[in-house]
Write a protein that binds this ligand. Structure first.
Ligand SMILES: NC(=O)C1=CN([C@@H]2O[C@H](COP(=O)(O)OP(=O)(O)OC[C@H]3O[C@@H](n4cnc5c(N)ncnc54)[C@H](O)[C@@H]3O)[C@@H](O)[C@H]2O)[C@@H](O)CC1
Ligand SMILES: [K+]
Length: 503
């Protein structure tokens, strides 16, 4: 699914209006109907509804929603903030269309806003994508009032005063929505951790924007949804054998962190790899042979930390390195040896990222077009530098992937996959239960297995994060978010892959 800017969405709206021969107010009606349909499924008609409308088309949506909810038996109070003389044409049409029973109140000063009961619902239709400067004065005061209310807050399209595509100036006040219901496509702002408190739970409802126009509109940002993950997954051929699915080498573990190696190895095996060899310090030999009998283990001569690679690297289709390896000097030397000698794709995680981040010499040795990094935000910061906000971080991600011709999975809610071309694919699965030790090791195992099976590096990253999050979502249904541990994800990998195979 594409993510478009506010300007591109406006262009899609106009194109659709022309192409389908409808008036812009008809498209607004579609949007209002789609919102109302979502709303009816969420809130019963015994809830009092307060709709706050601004002067633009977002306010017009609010008026149309108020009319539709009134017709469905909700008690609706409309509050218009600002000067209706300056309102948009579609706003005015919808103001006229309000039934007499819904008497809108024009709010000219913040003190005049009614007290909204705690069990009511506020619909925020103050501003949408047309916001072009930080709000001040009356609007800022109204937003402060709305945010203080205990009522449930539902934003139409986007919480008022949040910028759609760029950093919202600190000076502005932003509505803190519990739910945001947007039209046709998600917005970039929804996918950024810094906006969690403002956006709440977001939903996208279709309004029939022209699919051809959207397909032809260029964008760097995409969201990987079930449909695209299903298309990425390759079913197995009847005549395949274990050689078809590659031989992965996982270089992992250190004394006290052998669990990371076990998790990565089990996840790799549960993600369809043909053969798996583990390279771990000697202290891990018995642990790994016992915990992961399906894998072969080649012990390092060093007891506690990795110090060297297996003699032959040629048999391996892909090498994953990092889970639990620590940052000993001998291990840094081993990572250098890997970068200098490996010709196959590399999946680089955890302390292998930290070791490379701390050494310009190692960075300079990174092979082009063959590396996948899987950092969490702190590791990314060490690797690519600090940034002031999530928008800057996305730019840095694009720059880094271009500079090193690499793929990078920036882990988090809506993990972002960066490609050497500067495209970013956000993920749509996963939950807060996955914020626990070891889930990153599981991801490394999954992505390594997919690369072993000849998925392109881009497909391995996108499918890997999707299936990892899906396993987390399936585990959540059984164990919840609080009690979830990384091995729960491995238990649910089979069901996650099965779900992707269902048409
Ligand atoms: N264009 C279309 O056909 C459709 C638009 N839709 C709705 O229309 C919205 C966009 O409408 P608009 O482009 O009219 O924009 P908005 O409704 O977001 O607001 C624009 C108005 O607010 C004023 N404004 C902007 N920033 C301000 C500030 N900081 N303080 C005070 N006033 C400010 C502008 O001068 C303009 O009058 C979308 O978010 C969506 O809700 C939907 O109805 C779907 C169809
Ligand atoms: K809004």
């Amino acid at each position: 699914m594409k993510i478009l800017t506010a300007a591109q969405t406006r262009a899609a709206d106009s194109f659709t209006i022309n192409q389908q021969g409808i008036a812009s107010v008809d498209l607004m009606e579609r949007a209002a109907k789609a919102f109302t349909c979502w709303f009816e499924n969420k809130f019963r008609p015994d809830k009092a509804i307060f709709v706050f409308c601004g002067p633009g088309n977002n306010g017009g949506d609010g008026l149309a929603v108020a009319r539709l909810l009134h017709a469905r038996g909700y008690v609706v109070q409309v509050l218009i903030v600002g000067d209706t003389e300056k309102a948009s044409a579609d706003f005015r049409l919808n103001l006229k269309a309000l039934p007499q029973e819904v008497k809108p109140v024009v709010v000219t000063e913040a003190v005049a806003t009614p007290t909204v009961p705690a069990d009511a619902v506020i619909v925020d239709a103050l501003f949408g994508t047309g916001l072009n400067r930080p709000v001040t004065g009356l609007y800022a005061a109204i937003i402060a009032n709305i945010n203080e209310s205990k009522a449930c807050l539902v934003a139409i399209d986007i919480p008022s005063d949040l910028y759609t595509d760029s950093q919202t100036p600190a000076a502005g006040a932003v509505v803190k929505a519990a739910y945001t219901v947007s039209f046709e496509l998600p917005k970039l702002a929804f996918l950024l951790p810094q906006h969690e408190e403002l956006i709440g739970e977001w939903h996208v409802v279709p309004i029939g924007l022209d699919a051809g126009f959207i397909a032809a509109t260029p964008t760097s940002y995409h969201l990987t949804c079930l449909n695209s993950a299903q298309q990425l997954l390759k079913p197995r051929s009847k005549f395949s054998h274990k050689g078809t699915f590659g031989h992965a080498l996982l270089v992992c573990g250190s004394y006290g962190k052998m669990g990371a190696a076990v998790l990565a190895a089990q996840a790799c095996l549960r993600s369809g790899v043909g053969l798996l060899t583990l390279r771990a310090p000697a202290a891990g030999y018995t642990v790994l042979q016992t915990a992961v009998p399906e894998a072969m283990t080649l012990a390092d001569t060093n007891k506690k930390h990795l110090s060297s690679l297996p003699k032959e690297l040629a048999p391996y289709t892909v090498i994953g390195v990092g889970p639990g390896i620590g940052q000993e000097k001998t291990t840094r030397a081993m990572v250098g040896q890997l970068l200098a000698t490996a010709s196959q794709p590399l999946v680089i995680d955890a302390d292998a990222i930290n070791l490379i981040a701390g050494s310009d010499k190692l960075k300079a040795m990174l092979p082009k077009g063959k590396v996948i990094f899987t950092p969490h935000p702190k590791e990314f910061e060490r690797l690519a530098g600090k940034t002031a906000n999530n928008y800057e971080r996305l730019e840095r991600l694009q720059e880094f992937c271009r500079e090193f011709s690499c793929y990078l999975v920036l882990k988090g809610s809506h993990s972002a996959v960066g490609t050497p071309e500067g495209t970013i694919y956000f993920n749509s699965t996963g939950n807060a239960g996955m914020a626990t030790g070891g889930t990153g090791d599981v991801l490394t195992g999954i992505i390594t297995a997919l690369v072993a099976q000849q998925y392109s590096l881009e497909a391995a990253c996108r499918l890997g994060v999707y299936v990892h999050g899906l396993a987390g979502d399936l585990a959540k249904a059984e164990v919840g978010e609080i009690a979830m541990v990384a091995s729960d994800l491995i238990r649910y990998l089979p069901q996650a892959f099965q779900k992707l195979l269902q048409v």
